[in-house]
Structures are given as structure tokens and as C-alpha cells.
Design a binder for this molecule. Structure first.
Ligand SMILES: Nc1ncnc2c1ncn2[C@@H]1O[C@H](COP(=O)(O)OP(=O)(O)O)[C@@H](O)[C@H]1O
Ligand SMILES: [Mg+2]
Length: 457
């Protein structure tokens, strides 16, 4: 172990310990990181598009990943701002993917930075840290394997941006530290990312776990670089989902599931995954997200996609079927099928309440449009009462398409419709691949990725 320096390198404490939700796993990680910072400075990670720092324990082992709120996305403090801006510019599709808003907007409380918050992939700069924590807390029973995550504040003299340097009593005579809030996540030992080995190496169950998480949080950034893997003793590979800052978006136009083109997504869910999906308690999760400070529109989007997932899984549809309803077709600036259904349900709300106020489909909405809590609840009830039959009809439509596909392959009367495994295999054979933009650079760790290709059946 290295000798402690005469003066403290950096300090850390858990943010809003009483108000925020923290788990024992996370507190243990925070305690070790705090201790390690007395000896080792945060190290800026070269990969990724945001400011990400590795923290060590007192023995010098990498144990945590700190992502400051003010170094996210297009903020002036992001040390990789140029890469982040380039990748934002590469996004095809929605015109609201990257949008500046005025400083007095109703974003969830972005930290002050020189530039106004920017909406990227449906999330404002400064909001990612809370979403990292949300993804961890939604991982009930650690089913998905999101590493323990929470919110902390780190004070370090080596940060080149952020709040003005201040003298700190812990820091000794001449040391001045800059404070930054952000997410702290356990560093997971891994053998690389999915980019390094290709999707064929992964068991279906592992892919499904990641996919179910992504649907639940409406992930807008699930590319291969954000899936780490670790080889088990028997040679199989476990997947570790990371980087959930661009999830729980305010808008539904940016969902991005890199696994949509992977064959595992078309395999049926096994019993364990299916049971997990049915155990998800949407209302409980919604309350937890609200407590964490996630906005009403983002919570509603989680509820929409999770409702769809539960209904689809109950009817033996696949992860692919669900993902294809949620994602837009690459290269087409058209709403996804789920967006269209949501729009219809909103219209039902509109006819009862006037302009919908619980959603913010456009970044220009004003805080004055927010409804009172009682009204919001009633509005949501009307919205979901309108949405659910639309989702049921869509699922029925997909089942019928699959039945027709199998019929055209085998001839009428020669199939058993309950054999969805067969149906999906046939669907593979007769699918019409719309590879409109086969490869686009995206917000990866400075590499490129395969864009999701929507397959029409
Ligand atoms: N929990 C983790 N365990 C191990 N490595 C991690 C973890 N989180 C991030 N990393 C590493 O840091 C890199 C950047 O982190 P990421 O969360 O993807 O940031 P960005 O938002 O900049 O893309 C990742 O590509 C990965 O190599
Ligand atoms: Mg990343």
C-alpha cells in the first residue's frame, strides 16, 4: 500500500444520504472509495463520451466509477465534449434528440454549468447521474446485474472544471478542492465489452436480461460498448449492463436497443425471465423513481414500455417483437409503433382534459402546463385506460401476422399456433430486412456499432 500523502488527494461523501435511496452494497462501496481517495486521485477513463473517472481503494485496486453530473453530454465541463457533440450530430431520426432549452425550463434540476442544458437522446445534460442510480434500483433481486450505484460528491484538486476551487478543512493547508456531484458505481472486473467478441458469444438468457432492462428503462444508448462481459469458469459469458445515463427519457423518440439485430432476441423468453417480467411491480417502481426525483413524463414512459412488455411476454411474444415496437426504424424520421399508440391514448386524454400536461413531447413545454397531483393521477388513469386496449390489439395483430407467416410457409391447417418457437423460426426465414442505414457511428466508446435494423414481418 502506498503511504498517505501529506495532504489529502480528494474527499468524497454520499449525497443526501437521508433523502435518496441507498443500499448497503452501495454504502460499502462508498466507504471504500472514500478511503481510497485519501491515497489515489481519480483517473479519467479514455473510453466513452462523458467524463468518467476510476477510483481505487486504499490498496490501489480499481473499485468504482465516478461520473460527474457537470461532465455529461454537451456541457462545457465535459472533457470529451467534442466526441459527444460529434456523435449527437450523427443521430438520424428525431429532431428533438439534441435540443437546447432555456435555463428556466422544467428539467429535473440540472447542475449549473456555463451552457444551458441540452436534450440528448431524450435526457437533459445533468440528469444522467440520477438515471444511473435509477437503473440500479429498478434491478430488483439483482436480476439484471447492474452494478451497485448511488449519488456522491467528490472534492478533488485535479478537476479542471466545476465549482470554483475552495479551501477544505480536510484538505490541508495549501490544498484547494473542486466539488462535483455525480454517480458512483461499482467497478466490475470484466474481460471486455460486447464490441470485442460479437453477440454470438452470449447465451440467450443473458441477452434477455439486458433486453428486459432496456425495455423497462426505455434505454436510448444500448450499444455493444455499454455491455461488459465476464467469462465464467465453465467458459460461458455473463453480461454486465453499464452506462444507463441515457435512459428513462422524457421523450419516446430515441429508444435504441443494439441487441435488436441479435438472433437471441427472437428466442422465446424462458420461464425464469417470463416470471421475472410478470413480477415487476410497475406502481412500486414508479413511486421509487418519483422519490429519486425522476420527472413525471419519464416515469410515465417507463410505465408505458413495461406495460407493453408484460402484456407481450404473457402472450409469448419475443424480446424482438417488443423492441421493434419501441424503436424507430433507422433512417426514417417516423414515430415508432409504440409512439403512435401513445399519441392515440393522449388524444383520448385531450378530449377529456384539454392539452395533455403530464407529458413533455416537446422540449419547449412550460412548467405552468404541469397539472396538479390529483389531476395528474386522474389523467394517467384515463391515459392508461385508453392505452391498454391499443396495446392488446397491437399484440393480437402481431400474433396474427406470425400465424399468417407460418401458414404461407407450411400451407393452411398444417401448423400448431401455440408453437411460438416455430413461429419465430419461420418469421426469421421470411423476414424482410429494412437495412436503411446499415452502419452509423453512434455514441459508443469512440468506436462504431451496428445500428439496430428493424425487421418487418
Ligand atoms: N461499472 C463499471 N465497471 C467496469 N468498467 C466500467 C464500468 N462503468 C464504466 N466502465 C468503463 O468506463 C467506460 C466509460 O463508461 P460509460 O459508463 O460507458 O461512460 P460514457 O457515458 O462516457 O459512455 C466504459 O466503456 C467501460 O470501459
Ligand atoms: Mg458508454
Amino acid at each position: 500500500m502506498k503511504n498517505p500523502t501529506e495532504e489529502t488527494v480528494a474527499t468524497m461523501h454520499v449525497l443526501n444520504k437521508n433523502k435518496r435511496i441507498v443500499t448497503p452494497h452501495f454504502l460499502e462501496l462508498a466507504a471504500q472509495s472514500e478511503e481510497g481517495l485519501l491515497y489515489y486521485a481519480p483517473q479519467l477513463c479514455e473510453e466513452g463520451v462523458n467524463g468518467t473517472y476510476f477510483l481505487q481503494n486504499k490498496n490501489g485496486n480499481k473499485i468504482a466509477v465516478f461520473k460527474p453530473e457537470d461532465e455529461e453530454g454537451n456541457s462545457d465541463s465535459n472533457p470529451k465534449k467534442e466526441i459527444s457533440a460529434d456523435l449527437a450530430g450523427c443521430n438520424a431520426g428525431s429532431d428533438s434528440i439534441s435540443k437546447k432549452i432555456s435555463a428556466d425550463s422544467d428539467a429535473e434540476g440540472s447542475p449549473s454549468s456555463l451552457s444551458p442544458p441540452v436534450l440528448q437522446h431524450g435526457v437533459y445534460s445533468g440528469e444522467q447521474a440520477t438515471r444511473e442510480v435509477a437503473a440500479y434500483l429498478l434491478d430488483r433481486d439483482h436480476f439484471y446485474g447492474v452494478p451497485p450505484t448511488g449519488l456522491v460528491e467528490v472534492a478533488y484538486s485535479g478537476f479542471t472544471s466545476g465549482q470554483p476551487l475552495v479551501h477544505s478543512p480536510e484538505a490541508g493547508r495549501s490544498q484547494r478542492l473542486r466539488k462535483k456531484g455525480g454517480s458512483l458505481q461499482a467497478f466490475v472486473e470484466n474481460d471486455g465489452s460486447a464490441e470485442d467478441v460479437g453477440f454470438n458469444a452470449f447465451p440467450t438468457r443473458e441477452v434477455h436480461k439486458i433486453g428486459v432492462l432496456d425495455v423497462q428503462i426505455v434505454n436510448t444508448d444500448r450499444h455493444e460498448g455499454n455491455i461488459l462481459y465476464k467469462k465464467n469458469k465453465d467458459g460461458s459469458r455473463r453480461l454486465i449492463p453499464i452506462d444507463h445515463g441515457y435512459s428513462l427519457p422524457h421523450t419516446l423518440d430515441s429508444a435504441w436497443f443494439g441487441w435488436l439485430t441479435w438472433p437471441q432476441a427472437k428466442n422465446p423468453f424462458d420461464d425464469e425471465v417470463r416470471e421475472y417480467i410478470q413480477r415487476i411491480d410497475i406502481e412500486k417502481d414508479a413511486k421509487m423513481l418519483e422519490k429519486l426525483g425522476i420527472s413525471a413524463d419519464s416515469v410515465r414512459n417507463m410505465k408505458v414500455s413495461t406495460t407493453l412488455l408484460k402484456k407481450a411476454a404473457a402472450k409469448n411474444l419475443t424480446l424482438y417483437d417488443v423492441g421493434a415496437l419501441i424503436c424507430r426504424v433507422v433512417g426514417q424520421n417516423e414515430p415508432s409503433e409504440m409512439e403512435v399508440l401513445v399519441k392515440h391514448a393522449e388524444e383520448a386524454c385531450e378530449s377529456r382534459f384539454g392539452v395533455p400536461r403530464t407529458t413533455r413531447l416537446d422540449a419547449g413545454d412550460q412548467p405552468s402546463q404541469a397539472a396538479a397531483p390529483m389531476e395528474q393521477t386522474e389523467e394517467q388513469e384515463v391515459f392508461f385506460a385508453a392505452l391498454e386496449p391499443l396495446l392488446d390489439n397491437k399484440i393480437e395483430e402481431i400474433l396474427q401476422k406470425k400465424a399468417r407467416a407460418i401458414e404461407s410457409q407450411r400451407g393452411p391447417g398444417k401448423h400448431n399456433l401455440s408453437l411460438l418457437r416455430d413461429l419465430n423460426a419461420v418469421e426469421d426465414a421470411c423476414c424482410n430486412i429494412k437495412a436503411l442505414t446499415p452502419r452509423v457511428p453512434r455514441r459508443t466508446s469512440s468506436r462504431t456499432m451496428m445500428a439496430p435494423i428493424k425487421i418487418a414481418v
